[in-house]
Unconditional design. Structure first.
Ligand code: ZN
Length: 465
């Protein structure tokens, strides 16, 4: 009998890692993500399975909580084939290299501090290095296109379908034969919210025996996207018309490209006042290149941009600042600038320099377009701090602060339910990738429409399909 064991993203949101073992002992790992936030230290723990015995790794999408431990998996013996979309592979390279770079910088900072205390031996090495990330891309990767059935062996086929979450993201239908009977299990990865800004809608899953589904926002409904876009445009227009500047902390993948598309559309429609737009994030610039490379996967509006300007994100007002010198030059622009920079939750990166230079000025605006986790600088500002400390200096916050809640890359409860309801033949639904109290609400909602077929997965729980 096939089994699944979840080694992460069980009653928590991060560390996605699920092991499917078929009757013939084929072992398939679905995602190998990093634990983030307060679970972070768990990344150092040994895997509860032998990575050398895993035959295949299927990746749903390139977010760090789904791919962040892959170099560690390889360091510890995995040498099988990786199946995913080419766009996910391209984004994964950017994200994993950035992750290795951040870990190295953290390590060096901790090391120097420990050295001053004479305790440098106590600082743990980074989880993996840039060289380990390069090794990851030396393994065999098989690129799947959406809706194409890929035969892995006589009894195992997979189909990746558009999850509408970030570029390249897929839910994975795994077809296998057990006791001469065809079976299907689906791993949702993260499911998108029909954003219509850059990605086509989530595809339908027509049938499956079993479903492992994310439940990040299984307890709530999102604000309507259309209203959020209008709110965003209004802040841009009023601030720029008032000779101010707009600061936008943004995640490098997907949210940044969505913001660029909205700004480009405003420009095309004559809604954007004269201004300069700086994308001051080398990582977001690299991610945007991947979006350009795979532009056929985007909605027709983005294709039109490409036809008109030769590229999706380029137009005369966009300036991509890669070097530190170029970034510093933005400081000389006194007014009418829109600055998009990382990190998305303001925990580091170039956005801090822009905060230092511009948060004191009441003509400016700060727009949050993504979730700000507890304990981050972003959350401190959203919660109403009057001043913050950046590089040891106190900075007053006089800008107007705007939190736009409708830009979510995750489906809300009704969207998840309507997707599930279209799946024929579901015997059991397993909830993963969510905080437990939210999963309880989502389970109740599923059980009401699908007669108690939902189960909240525990970590290391062996599920017999
Ligand atoms: Zn994700």
């Amino acid at each position: 009998m096939a089994t699944v064991t979840s080694y992460g993203a069980a009653r928590v949101v991060t560390g996605s890692c699920h092991l499917l073992q078929l009757e013939d002992h084929t072992k398939i790992l679905i995602d190998c993500g990093m634990f983030q936030g307060k679970e972070h230290e768990r990344n150092r723990e040994k895997f509860d399975f032998d990575p050398a015995l895993i035959d295949y790794l299927f990746i749903t999408h390139a977010h760090l909580d789904h791919i962040g431990r892959i170099p560690k998996l390889i360091k510890e013996g995995f040498h099988g084939t990786i199946y995913t979309t080419e766009a996910t592979r391209d984004l994964a390279e950017i994200i994993l290299l950035d992750s290795a770079k951040i870990m190295k910088e953290d390590y060096l900072t901790q090391y120097r501090k420990a050295q001053r205390r004479g305790k440098e031996g106590s600082v743990p090495e980074p989880l993996y290095t840039e060289e380990d990330v390069e090794e990851t891309f030396n393994l065999p990767w098989h690129y799947c296109t959406y809706d194409e059935s890929v035969e892995i062996n006589d009894i195992l086929h997979i189909t990746l379908r558009n999850a509408g979450h970030i570029l390249g993201a897929a839910f994975i239908e795994i077809d296998y034969i057990e006791a001469q009977t065809k079976q299907r299990i689906v791993f949702s990865g993260d499911i998108g919210n029909n954003s219509h800004i850059v990605l086509p809608d989530l595809s339908t899953c027509h049938s499956s025996n079993y479903l492992y589904i994310e439940s990040t926002y299984g307890d709530r409904e999102h604000k309507a996207l259309k209203g959020s876009i209008e709110e965003f445009k209004e802040v841009i227009r009023s601030t720029i018309n008032n000779w101010g500047n707009v600061l936008i902390p943004s995640f490098a993948v997907e949210r940044t490209q969505e913001i660029l598309c909205i700004l480009k559309e405003m420009f095309d429609k004559g809604e954007l006042p004269q201004c300069k737009i700086f994308l001051d994030s080398p990582m977001a610039t690299r991610a945007s290149e991947v979006y350009k490379k795979h532009s056929k996967m985007l909605i027709p509006k983005c294709q039109t941009f490409k036809k008109k300007e030769g590229s999706i994100f380029d137009f005369e007002n966009f300036i991509f600042t890669l070097s530190v010198e170029e970034s510093k030059q933005i400081n000389e622009v006194e007014r009418r600038a829109i600055i998009i920079a990382g990190s998305g939750m303001c925990t580091g990166g170039r956005i801090l320099h822009h905060f230092k230079n511009r948060l004191w000025n009441r003509k400016n605006a700060l727009i949050f377009v993504g979730y700000q986790a507890n304990g981050t600088l972003g959350r401190t500002i959203v919660n109403g701090a009057r001043s913050i400390h950046i590089y040891g200096e106190e900075i007053m916050i006089n800008t107007s602060i705007h939190t736009i809640n409708g830009f979510s890359a995750h489906a809300d409860q009704s969207h998840l339910l309507s997707w599930i309801k279209k799946i024929d033949g579901l015997q059991k639904i397993y909830l993963i990738h969510g905080e437990e109290e939210k999963q309880v609400v989502f389970k109740d909602a599923i059980d009401r429409v699908l007669d108690n077929r939902a189960h909240i997965v525990k970590e290391n729980e062996l599920i017999h399909l």
